[in-house]
Design a binder for this molecule. Structure first.
Ligand SMILES: Nc1ncnc2c1ncn2[C@@H]1O[C@H](COP(=O)(O)O)[C@@H](O)[C@H]1OP(=O)(O)O
Ligand SMILES: [Mg+2]
Ligand SMILES: [Mg+2]
Ligand SMILES: [Mg+2]
Length: 351
């Protein structure tokens, strides 16, 4: 068995099961949205997916630490919301019984569900095995009817070893035109994964066991002017103006493709786009580890390089945030230094 084979299998099945729950909510009009202290939204889909993923991890790797985005505090006082989530969680299973049983079976009751959600409160750090979970990345995209991702990564002694991204609204076809909005029937969804040193792969998302996988790789980029770059839809999450200036400096003529969530990392990893730029809007914002761990590994294993705007690799060893990094540049390894140089020119001119 190759290294981290069990972790990879459980992570993929856990993300696949959680994706079923998020898809159910995606098609509902009422998504049970509440506002968090930082004013960002969280839905019944975020809470439910986090509970399901943590329950699978606790059943298989009880000693591991977990850093997850959401916490259950608001659910302890909001009975209606708690019950809606519980109804979703207890009725979401993989249709393949052996896959479902590999995830350890059902959560016992509502209280156990809250406990599961709160197991994601680890401080993170430089030692040991730590899972990072973003149950729905791109909640704003999820609410808008756009792209979102269910994200899970295993970090061991500060290094990402396993990364899995469920992208329920991406098309299965790698060559389909890349767009941030979901068409009439939506995409049918893709599950991306990587293990450090073992390459990156993708398979269609299913509602049962894992579908057959294929290897993915970034597009060879011989002519920078033909590159497509990806960026956030939200202008508050990355600096669209700076990014346009950088693209221009690089001679890129294609318009940027705007899509929410780590679907940007996944899309460039499979050659549906080429470069992902995330320039800071606010100097004080610290990126969260769950927003980058899986995507960073998947892109690197597909032939890319990922750094911050100063050229430093992303440092997952300093807690729940990427406190040592600012912004993100992900590009094919062969052109990353060129992109970094353009970013620095634009960035330094602003000072
Ligand atoms: N000021 C900010 N700068 C960068 N990212 C942010 C900022 N505020 C929130 N985010 C995070 O960006 C991620 C989405 O990125 P994108 O727009 O590229 O899809 C979310 O996880 C969101 O976190 P949160 O879940 O707390 O809202
Ligand atoms: Mg996120
Ligand atoms: Mg989230
Ligand atoms: Mg959020």
């Amino acid at each position: 068995m190759s290294t981290y084979a069990k972790e990879l299998e459980i992570a993929q099945l856990a993300v696949q099961r959680a994706s079923i729950l998020t898809k159910r909510v995606f098609h509902e009009k009422a998504k049970g949205t509440v506002s968090k202290d930082d004013k960002s939204p969280v839905t019944i889909g975020d809470f439910g997916a986090q509970a399901l993923i943590i329950s699978a991890l606790k059943a298989n790797f009880p000693e591991d630490e977990i850093v997850a985005e959401e916490e259950a505090a608001s659910l302890r006082t909001n009975e209606a919301l708690r019950q809606t989530i519980w109804d979703l969680v207890k009725t979401t299973q993989l249709s393949d019984p052996s896959a479902e049983s590999a995830l350890g079976g059902e959560i016992a009751d509502e209280d156990a569900m809250l406990t599961m959600i709160d197991h994601g409160n680890s401080k993170g750090g430089a030692s040991g095995r730590i899972w990072a979970i973003d149950p729905i990345d791109g909640t704003l995209g999820f609410l808008r009817g756009g792209q979102y991702a269910v994200c899970l990564a295993l970090i061991v002694d500060g290094q990402v070893q396993v990364g899995v991204l469920g992208c329920p609204n991406l098309p299965v076809d790698d060559t389909a035109p890349l767009t941030g909005s979901v068409g009439e029937e939506g995409g049918s969804g893709v599950l991306f994964s990587a293990v450090l040193g073992q390459g990156a792969s993708s398979r269609p998302l299913t509602t049962g066991g894992l579908a057959e996988q294929k290897t993915i790789a970034m597009r060879p980029l011989s002519d920078m002017s033909a590159a497509t770059f990806c960026e956030s839809v939200e202008a508050g999450h990355s600096a669209h103006g700076d990014q346009a200036e950088i693209a221009k400096k690089l001679g890129i003529t294609n318009p940027s493709v705007r899509l929410d969530s780590q679907a940007k990392y996944a899309s460039i990893a499979r050659g549906a786009g080429d470069i992902y730029l995330r320039l800071p809007v606010k100097a004080t914002y610290q990126e969260k580890i769950w927003d980058h761990a899986a995507g960073d590994l998947i892109v690197r294993e597909a032939g890319g390089a990922v750094t911050d705007i100063q050229g430093k690799t992303l440092d997952f060893s300093v807690g729940r945030t990427l406190a040592n990094n600012k912004g993100v540049i992900a590009a094919p390894a062969s052109v990353h230094s060129k992109v970094l140089a353009a970013v620095q020119e634009v960035w330094n001119n602003k000072k």
